[in-house]
Write a new protein. Structure first.
Length: 287
């Protein structure tokens, strides 16, 4: 079957309309991220049966409900663990993990760093809204210092994880960052991640007006998108800022992109060696 025209790409990959309306709150950025992801899948040219989308628990983790891929909606923090098993069992699949800042980096933190260390061929989209949105607005591992949450009514005192820095330090061979405001740029980052062979992470800044925006008096969803526009800049734009302004500005774009042995292929070679069979040439396709 030929791929649909771009205008219909998103609808081509969605389940029947009875799954709608979306569970996400009005003004939430998660729908923007899902749309960018589906357009990226279309751009790469993946068939629906070639994709397995895996999620854990949280607002972002409801995304597999809406897509017509092979899907797994798993337990809290374990999306990457399930995805690892899927990739090992079916290495030909393009495994995509959709996860939140709490799901990926709190209870799921060990899975995140060790999948990066192993360079397992999967694409991990981290929806970062700086808060636990589904369970009541608690602060998360990425909540910025002095920001408010239901469990930080006087302001958060814990320094946050830098998702991209953590991924890079752990060995991820592709790391990128974008925002819901920069939707076209986000699609480009996810497309590059899907084409990359190895463990690819895309941090996506997504607004949560219901909890984070309300508790931190950030205004409407439109105002929250404007904050993303003003604080996530290209590397050259950040370099032009005076040093005292750089602390609350972040680089968007590809931060790490390198070639490295992909884990499932290395593991397959080990199996063939143990069985006395000749090695096979590694694939050049993305994971």
């Amino acid at each position: 079957m030929p791929r649909p025209a771009p205008v219909d790409a998103v609808y081509h990959y969605l389940r029947p309309a009875k799954r709608f309306p979306l569970v996400w709150c009005a003004g939430c950025g998660n729908g923007i991220v899902l749309g960018a992801l589906l357009r990226a899948v279309h751009e790469v040219g993946l068939d629906r049966d070639e994709v397995c989308m895996v999620s854990g628990i949280g607002c972002s983790s409801r995304a597999p409900t809406y897509v017509d891929f092979n899907t797994l909606h798993t337990t809290h923090g374990r999306a990457i663990a399930f995805a690892t098993g899927m990739k090992l069992a079916k290495p030909h699949l393009h495994v995509i993990v959709v996860t939140g800042d709490g799901d990926a980096l709190a209870i799921g933190g060990n899975h995140f760093i060790h999948a990066a260390r192993r360079n397992i061929g999967m694409t991990v989209i981290v929806f970062n809204n700086y808060i636990y949105g589904m369970t009541g607005g608690q602060y998360s591992p990425t909540t910025l210092v002095h920001d408010y949450a239901t469990t930080a009514p006087f302001g958060n005192v814990e320094p946050p994880f830098d998702i991209c820095g953590l991924a890079a330090a752990s060995g991820a061979s592709f790391v990128a960052r974008s925002t819901c405001y920069h939707a076209a740029h986000l699609e480009t980052m996810i497309t590059a991640a899907l084409r990359h062979k190895g463990f690819a992470v895309v941090e996506t800044i997504s607004q949560c007006p219901t909890y984070f925006g309300r508790l931190n008096k950030q205004g409407s969803p439109v105002e929250m998108l404007k904050w993303q526009r003003d604080h996530f800049l290209t590397a050259s734009q950040v370099e032009k800022l005076p040093p005292e302004q750089r602390e609350d500005h972040w680089v968007r774009g590809i931060l790490v992109q390198r070639e490295a042995p992909e884990y499932t292929e290395v593991y397959e070679q080990l199996i063939r060696k143990a069985q006395g069979r000749p090695p096979v040439a590694p694939s050049k396709e993305g994971g």
